[in-house]
Design a protein around this ligand. Structure first.
Ligand code: AMP
Length: 211
């Protein structure tokens, strides 16, 4: 069972997906995380991926499908998957639909100024992967609450790359919503997280039983 979570950078996909994973027991499959995991291995393949994503560009469709298929073959993906970051264009949507049935598309939406403010305030922990933001900062500036890791800004969250990523989103990713028209549920993600989650859960309730 696959539910897509889609929306521009900074719309809160990662935060929402982490809560759904915890409360629904579904796997959170983020193609951005799959890429970052490969980069962390230090492999030649990872170095090529880093060069692409740090410019705010998209990784090619065949590479992405290979990484995704491998992840969806894992046992934890059998119960239910919240797929985050894929499909990023209509070609990827067609490839996904050939192999899997998408039940629902959660579309998180917010005005561009809200998105830019959120992304530029995002801090990541290198040890546990926890993400902090302007609405949920760490207790001690620059330090992870969980394990004391020194927080950092992702290269692709820096202003030059963010603008490019948002342009790419509107040009390449927005058209996928037409493909899934009858399955798209739009959530106002400029709200506070508890209100966003109330809307998300109201939508997902109907799918929980099938998971
Ligand atoms: P994200 O964390 O989802 O914003 O992804 C970070 C970066 O990984 C993106 O800016 C792209 O360069 C790349 N990426 C993630 N998912 C995909 C995808 N489905 N297709 C192509 N590139 C992707």
């Amino acid at each position: 069972m696959i539910v897509l979570i889609a929306g521009p950078q900074g719309s809160g996909k990662g935060t929402v997906a982490a809560i759904v994973k915890q409360e629904f027991g579904w796997a959170h499959v983020s193609t951005g995380d799959l890429i970052r995991d490969e980069i962390k291995t230090g492999s030649e393949f990872g170095k090529k991926l880093a060069a692409i994503i740090n410019e705010g560009k998209l990784v090619d469709d065949d590479t992405m499908l290979g990484l995704l298929q491998k992840r969806l073959d894992q046992p934890d993906a059998k119960k239910g998957v919240l797929l985050d970051g894929y499909p990023r264009n209509v070609e990827q949507a067609a490839a996904l639909n050939k192999r899997f049935k998408v039940e629902c598309v959660l579309k998180l939406d917010a005005p561009e100024d809200v998105l830019i403010k959120r992304i530029s305030g995002r801090l990541n922990c290198p040890k546990c992967g926890k993400i902090y933001g302007i609405d949920f900062p760490p207790k001690k500036p620059g330090v992870c609450d969980v394990d004391g890791g020194q927080l950092f800004v992702r290269d692709d969250d820096k202003p030059e790359a963010v603008k490019k990523r948002l342009d790419t989103y509107y040009e390449k990713t927005e058209p996928i919503f037409k493909i899934y028209a009858d399955k798209v549920k739009t959530i106002d993600s400029s709200q506070k997280i508890d209100l966003i989650m109330a809307d998300v859960k109201a939508v997902l309730k109907g799918f929980r039983k099938t998971a």
